[in-house]
Design a protein around this ligand. Sequence first.
Ligand SMILES: Cc1cc2nc3c(=O)[nH]c(=O)nc-3n(C[C@H](O)[C@H](O)[C@H](O)COP(=O)(O)OP(=O)(O)OC[C@H]3O[C@@H](n4cnc5c(N)ncnc54)[C@H](O)[C@@H]3O)c2cc1C
Length: 410
Amino acid sequence: MSKKQNLDVLVVGGGPAGLTCATETKSQLNASTMLAERAEYFGATPQSTYHLGFGVRDLRRVMTGPNYADKLEQRARNQGVVLKANTTVLNWTPQLLVDLAGENARYEVQARAIVLATGVRERSRHARLVPGDRGAGVYTTGALQRLVYQLGAKVGKRAVVVGAEHVSFTAITTLKHGGCQTVALITSDERDQTFFPLRWFFASRRRIPVLVNDGIAMIHGAQHVTGVTLNSGKHIECDTVVFSGDWIPENELARKTNLDICAGSRAPEVDSFGRTRQPGVFAIGNAVHPAEASDLCALNAHRAVNAIRSWLNDGEWSNSAVAVRVQSPLLHTWPSLVTRDDANARMLLRVSKFVEPHSRITVLQAGKTIYSTNHRRTIVTNRSFTLPMRWANQVDPTLGDVEVTITSSV
Ligand SMILES: Cc1cc2nc3c(=O)[nH]c(=O)nc-3n(C[C@H](O)[C@H](O)[C@H](O)COP(=O)(O)OP(=O)(O)OC[C@H]3O[C@@H](n4cnc5c(N)ncnc54)[C@H](O)[C@@H]3O)c2cc1C
């Protein structure tokens, strides 16, 4: 170990959430801010996502992923954030003494605040326990994008995409760019989970079928993929399989540093300002809400800056947060901790199965209903719906966890 530096804020992760948070802590708080990114470039996934649609809600512009990522990096540089690429954060102590591995050396940083913005990844074929041969030709959408767009590689000729959410449909274009035709999307759900125009644009106009209520039972091909057999018994010949969605937060560092982890999302528990239960440690972006669009991750970073200001200026840290618990078919919420300060936030919720229109969402504490509302629309899997949090004003920190339930109208 060599060289120890003192810093106000250390941001871990150089995606949209981390870059935005670092820019804002430097510009709004004039705090000495360093951002550590383990990759050799900044911007994370948007750097390999070439379609338009980035930056709409945060920068109020419509951009491609790489343009958006470059813009966020440039803003951070212009503000004087110290940007460290090829730098992995390995651990920290309860006193926020952080252990980092840079390009050529390990070193320590003494931070006053740490912001975890480590993002999210898709579960691999192995994590999904998909049986069969282990031949080449199996990817996640993230790995596929990087291969095709950043490294210019060709992947195969005929692909099956597992999943039918937004990112699954964008995989069709990535595959096409890599010289590969998509022969089917497969989802275990009863319907796909994207918007009609996106489904039409990416799949329907090319007559690519979405096979519902199905999944891969077996992958064939010892050297290279030759086909898949589905749970329904159908066999599809293909040389490429792309596993999309099924998000898991990059939570290894959070677990190593003993942050409380939400059982449903596997993300560190946070309130809507990104405060964890460890004073001085914040977590933002898709590390805490797997997985939302990048502009929402950036906006959520703005929210954390207010709490970072209170922490740096006054050492203010709420210890009155209560946890949010959910019942099936709800999977998880962001935030997963609630204080009365959260009353102006909007909660993000996800479900494990489609819920028909006019379901009832109820928030309870100690068995007493503190909020109840009728949700008029269908609730779709793999997409968040939101709930205003004005009920947070009524949360009593002495009464324990808050519970959120959903009751179907049918
Ligand atoms: C394949 C794919 C396609 C997507 N497509 C879209 C899309 O079209 N539109 C859209 O809006 N969103 C899309 N998303 C969602 C995407 O996650 C968000 O756009 C956004 O990148 C999330 O921002 P973030 O800052 O929270 O995390 P990320 O962007 O994931 O950034 C996290 C960063 O933290 C770094 N990191 C992790 N651990 C460490 C450590 N210990 N030390 C140092 N650095 C570390 C990682 O290397 C990474 O760069 C897509 C995601 C994926 C995976």
